[in-house]
Write a protein that binds this ligand. Structure first.
Ligand SMILES: NC(=O)c1ccc[n+]([C@@H]2O[C@H](COP(=O)([O-])OP(=O)(O)OC[C@H]3O[C@@H](n4cnc5c(N)ncnc54)[C@H](O)[C@@H]3O)[C@@H](O)[C@H]2O)c1
Length: 244
C-alpha cells in the first residue's frame, strides 16, 4: 500500500477526478476526508470507503476551509496530504464575461486553493512534513478561448504552487500541481460532441482523459516515491499540446 495510514483531505471529492482520487487513495491505505459542498454525494462516497469521513466545505470561504482542516485533525490527529481539487468553470467570451462569472471562478479555483492550503500548511509545519497537491489545467499552461477567468485562476495556481514549493519545503512540505488535459467528467458535459471529437482527434493518444489517469498522478505525487519531486507541474494530457 502506497499511502498506508496517511491522512488525506481531497476537496471537490464528491464526483469526477476528486472522487476517483479518494477511491484510489483509500485503496492504497489512506484515511480520506471527502471535502465538498455536495453533502449527499460526498457522504455516500465516504460511507463506501474503508476509513473516510465527509466534511461539508465551501473552499471559497476561509472560515469554512479552516473548519474543514480542524475537523480532519479532530478525527484523525494529523494531516499528511491535501489535494486542492475543487474547481468550477463559468465560461464566456472575454468581452461578455460578467463580474460575477469572474469572481465566482477566481473565488473557488484560486482563493479556494489558498484558503485550504493555509491552515493545512500550519498543521504540516508543526508535524515537520506534508504534501500539498494543486489542480491546475492544460488551460493554466496554454490559455483557452472563452475561459479568461478559468485560465487566470489556473495560471495563478501554478504561481502559488511554485512559491509554496520554495517557501514550505524547508519545513518538510512538498508542493506540486497536476495539469489535466480534457478529462471526461461532469465538467465536460457542456462541451459539444463535435468539439470533443476534435479534441480526441487532436490528441496523439486518440482519446480524452479519464478520472483514473489524473487520480494516478495524484497518487504518485502524494506517495513517498515522489519524495524528491517539488514545485512540479505534471501535465497529464496524453500529449494533447503536441497534437495541436
Ligand atoms: N475535467 C477536466 O477536463 C479538467 C481538466 C483540467 C483540470 N480540471 C480540474 O480538475 C478539478 C476537478 O475537475 P472535475 O472535472 O472532476 O470537476 P467536477 O465538476 O466533476 O467536480 C468538481 C467538484 O468540486 C466541488 N466543488 C465545486 N465548488 C466547490 C466549493 N466552492 N467548495 C467545495 N467543493 C466544491 C463540486 O461539488 C464537485 O464535486 C478542477 O479543479 C478542474 O478545474 C478538470
Amino acid at each position: 500500500m502506497r499511502l498506508k495510514d496517511k491522512v488525506a483531505i481531497i476537496t471537490g471529492a464528491a464526483q469526477g477526478i476528486g472522487k476517483r482520487t479518494a477511491e484510489i487513495f483509500a485503496r492504497e491505505g489512506a484515511k480520506v476526508v471527502i471535502a465538498d459542498f455536495d453533502a449527499e454525494a460526498g457522504q455516500k462516497l465516504a460511507d463506501s470507503l474503508e476509513d473516510a469521513i465527509f466534511v461539508k466545505v465551501d473552499v471559497s470561504k476561509s472560515e469554512s476551509a479552516n473548519e474543514m482542516v480542524k475537523k480532519a485533525i479532530d478525527k484523525y490527529g494529523k494531516l499528511d496530504i491535501l489535494v486542492n481539487n475543487a474547481g468550477i468553470t463559468k465560461d464566456g467570451w472575454m468581452v461578455k464575461m460578467t463580474e460575477e462569472q469572474w469572481d465566482q471562478v477566481i473565488d473557488v479555483n484560486l482563493k479556494g486553493v489558498f484558503n485550504c492550503s493555509q491552515p493545512a500548511a500550519k498543521q504540516m509545519m508543526e508535524q515537520g512534513e506534508g504534501v500539498i497537491l494543486n489542480a491546475t489545467s492544460i488551460v493554466g499552461l496554454y490559455g483557452n478561448i472563452g475561459q479568461t477567468n478559468y485560465a487566470a485562476s489556473k495560471f495563478g495556481v501554478i504561481g502559488m504552487t511554485k512559491s509554496w514549493a520554495k517557501e514550505l519545503s524547508p519545513k518538510g512540505i512538498r508542493v506540486n500541481a497536476v495539469a489535466p488535459g480534457y478529462t471526461m467528467t461532469a465538467m465536460m458535459e457542456t462541451v459539444p460532441d463535435k468539439v470533443l471529437d476534435n479534441l480526441r482527434k487532436g490528441n496523439p493518444l486518440g482519446r480524452l482523459g479519464q478520472p483514473d489517469d489524473i487520480a494516478n498522478a495524484y497518487l504518485y505525487l502524494a506517495s513517498d516515491e515522489a519524495s524528491y519531486v517539488n514545485g512540479l507541474v505534471l501535465s497529464v494530457d496524453g500529449g494533447q499540446v503536441l497534437g495541436s
